[in-house]
Design a protein around this ligand. Structure first.
Ligand code: NAD
Length: 366
């Protein structure tokens, strides 16, 4: 396993490995870039088949957070952590407490939030030993409803706003508050996907869904009037928008040639199997809303949890995802370049030229 020459290393600023035999904790914290502020990103627990797989994942995710926060205009850097293990078998209170001490040892360089395999209660256990955890406070949410700290509602709303922007650019619809007649396929109707499907149906769209959990499918059919489709069909329906909201790498050599939707806009992280698939989508004339732009609602919400703000301010900031996508889509059409490439460029402009650099680690970011 190489580190500095790892293909995903990309000049990471800091990388920490931690092993605690007493609790079985084996974890990595990756901090990609803190030029805009302390690195904030999820703590993922996953049964990686090798150390190399865990390292690759944490490096990719951490870099992605730098880009996501820069594009969301947040004073945050990019970081991520992974715990190697099966959350259903290996997650114990002692292990989570040990992770809390590991977070504390970095002195605020990195702040952890929920991710796949970790939950609000898990972060609270880590928080017994550190203040460098986020996404855990009960408060009025961005929509004025009570929130447990779960960022999913804000992510779903930001994704909805992003779909409105894509629909305007690709389909020429002018009144995007009325989505009557629009058809959308949502893959994965968990925390984000279900809420997104609700926003869409409330606005008049017709939604098709698939999830590996049948009860989730039934809920969407009963409550939202969604149409249930098969695992094989969900990506390839002749709909206006495909919204991947389950796992990553769904846009790949096999799937892209078979897509029928003119727009791909969903919340899942790392939708492109390889960076070059951005180009493949562009060549097929499919408008792709880069995942790290459209799914930034959650990080925006968590940011305001840390600093405190009126829900209306949070909502407005989440809605700015639509403006950022408008800019990306416009530049992409003008320069005849894929949207992911434009988004990366825009993010680099924002984090490389950020002048409000605050030294991190010296103070307690909360
Ligand atoms: P979740 O676990 O609540 O929902 C994911 C859903 O996908 C689950 O219902 C699961 O059963 C389903 N699923 C898994 N494999 C599937 C498959 N092969 N086909 C169809 N469905 C499948 O997670 P979530 O919080 O809703 O997140 C969804 C995606 O959005 C993830 O990729 C996540 O990384 C990303 N994301 C989430 C947030 C957030 O605030 N929760 C923020 C940014 C990005």
């Amino acid at each position: 396993m190489s580190v500095f020459t790892h293909p995903e290393f990309d000049n990471h600023q800091h990388l920490s490995f931690h092993c605690d035999p007493k609790t079985g904790l084996r974890a990595i914290i990756a901090v990609h870039n803190t030029s805009r502020g302390p690195a904030l990103g999820g703590c993922r627990m996953f049964p990686y088949s090798s150390d190399d797989e865990a390292l690759t994942d944490v490096l990719r995710l951490s870099r992605g957070m730098t880009y996501k926060s820069a594009l969301a205009n947040l004073d945050l850097g990019g970081g991520k952590s992974v715990i190697i293990g099966n959350p259903r078998e290996h997650k114990t209170e002692e292990l989570l407490e040990s992770m809390g001490r590991f977070l504390e040892s970095l002195g605020g360089l990195y702040i952890a939030a929920e991710d796949s395999g970790t939950s609000v209660p898990d972060l609270k256990v880590m928080g017994r030993h550190t203040s460098h955890v986020a996404g855990i406070s009960s408060r009025p949410g961005f929509d004025g409803k009570p929130s447990s700290g779960d960022p999913s509602p804000a992510t779903a709303y930001g994704t909805f706003v992003g779909i409105q922007s894509a629909v305007k650019h690709k389909l020429g619809r002018t009144d995007v508050n009325d989505l009557e007649g629009l058809t959308v396929a949502v893959q994965g109707i968990g925390n984000v996907g279900y809420r997104l499907a609700r926003h869409l149906t409330d606005a008049g769209a017709k939604v098709s869904v698939f999830d590996i959990h049948q009860d989730y499918v039934e809920r969407a059919v009963e409550e939202l009037g969604a149409t249930a489709v098969s695992a094989e069909d969900i990506l390839f329906l002749p709909v206006d928008v495909l919204a991947p909201c389950a796992m990553g790498a769904v846009l790949n050599d096999e799937s892209i040639p078979r897509l029928q939707a003119p727009i791909v806009a969903g919340a899942a992280n790392n939708q492109l199997s390889r960076a070059s698939h951005d180009q493949s989508l562009w060549q097929r004339g499919i408008l792709y809303a880069p995942d790290f732009v459209i799914n930034a609602g959650g990080i925006i919400d968590i940011h305001y949890e840390r600093i405190g703000a009126d829900p209306a301010i949070v909502r407005k900031h989440v809605e700015s995802i639509g403006d950022t996508l408008d800019e990306i889509f416009t530049r992409s059409a003008r320069d005849e370049r894929p949207t992911g490439e434009i988004a990366n460029q825009l993010a680099e402009e924002r984090f490389e030229h950020h002048h409000n650099h605050q030294p991190v680690g010296a103070s307690n970011p909360g």
